[in-house]
Design a protein around this ligand. Sequence first.
Ligand SMILES: NC(=O)c1ccc[n+]([C@@H]2O[C@H](COP(=O)([O-])OP(=O)(O)OC[C@H]3O[C@@H](n4cnc5c(N)ncnc54)[C@H](OP(=O)(O)O)[C@@H]3O)[C@@H](O)[C@H]2O)c1
Length: 344
Amino acid sequence: MSIRCSVVGGSGYIGGEVVRLILGHPELELVQVTSERYAKKPLHLAHPNFRGQTDMRFSSAEELEECDVIFTALPHGMLIDRFDKVDAACDVLVDLSEDFRARTEEIYNAWHETPHPRPELLSQFVYAIPEIHREELKSTNYIASPGCNPTAIILGLYPLYQAGIVDETRTVVETKISSTAAGNKASLATHHPERSRAVRSYKPSGHRHTGEILQELGTAEISLSVTAIEMVRGILATAHVFLTEEMNDKQLRKLYRKYYGEEHFIRIVKERQGIYRYPEPKIVQGTNFCDIGFERDLSSNRVIVLSAIDNLTRGSAGQAIQAVNIRYGMPETAGLEFFGLHPV
Ligand SMILES: NC(=O)c1ccc[n+]([C@@H]2O[C@H](COP(=O)([O-])OP(=O)(O)OC[C@H]3O[C@@H](n4cnc5c(N)ncnc54)[C@H](OP(=O)(O)O)[C@@H]3O)[C@@H](O)[C@H]2O)c1
């Protein structure tokens, strides 16, 4: 099988990560990568890790050719203008932006300043956390790849919410995010003297990706704060969840095993010794793993759930490839076998 793939917005961090994974995939063939800034220039000019791996050059999105799968990695709101053209050029469209993640117009509009311009398209897309929407992914031609913060948070909390044992008015989540989460467009905030060694409260409340989290956890309320820290790739989500019934460590572990016991890309971290007793972003860099750990606070009914991902891989490009693997009936791990580096 050779599935012909193109990437629109391939000079960015997410587009580059999708290209990296396609180049290493046994069944996916890279046919085109677009960028307006780099049109006609070799891919390795934007992504030096491709040097010697491909002699392909970027093309303009105006020259988009037909292929099987198109991955779009454009800034928020930019696919919509060219949706029909991109849609007509492929069988399966995988959008990595937030444009089609909301299941309904109401959900989208509640978290964005302007109403969705093509609300009739929303219901066609599957929200692509494979562990939750595997069956729908098998037959869809429209894949909406989730946000990086939502991926870490949803995967961490899903078993507790599914079990119906959460006091839903009290969940508080803090995520620590890396600099690549902001994309590769420079700004004063990303300028080295400003960004280096920062511990910057980026969005203490009202993060617009909260809507995705509520949608997938099936709840009406969650308190999210996002802090930017000194890290290039990675997210650590720390969730404080208050339970409505008594659960000890053993019962919690059993619950997580029920949902994720068979999941290759979810690793439950619960070590009694060593320095890696909890999930840590640097251990999952470049991989599609989501490491999840939890701890019961013995002085209250609080559970602290920790989840770590690489925002570019598991938080976007990696899980998009996982979704395409499912869509085409390939092994879910195809092209995603890298298990990380240590030390890193
Ligand atoms: N970074 C993350 O951790 C992350 C995680 C999950 C999802 N996402 C989502 O994935 C999408 C891509 O994110 P990214 O981090 O890869 O962003 P990025 O590094 O800024 O890349 C954006 C890409 O879009 C192209 N583009 C086209 N028109 C543009 C315009 N008017 N302004 C800026 N870029 C334009 C850029 O290339 P040319 O200008 O050369 O055409 C570039 O290839 C976003 O929607 C983002 O929300 C990002």
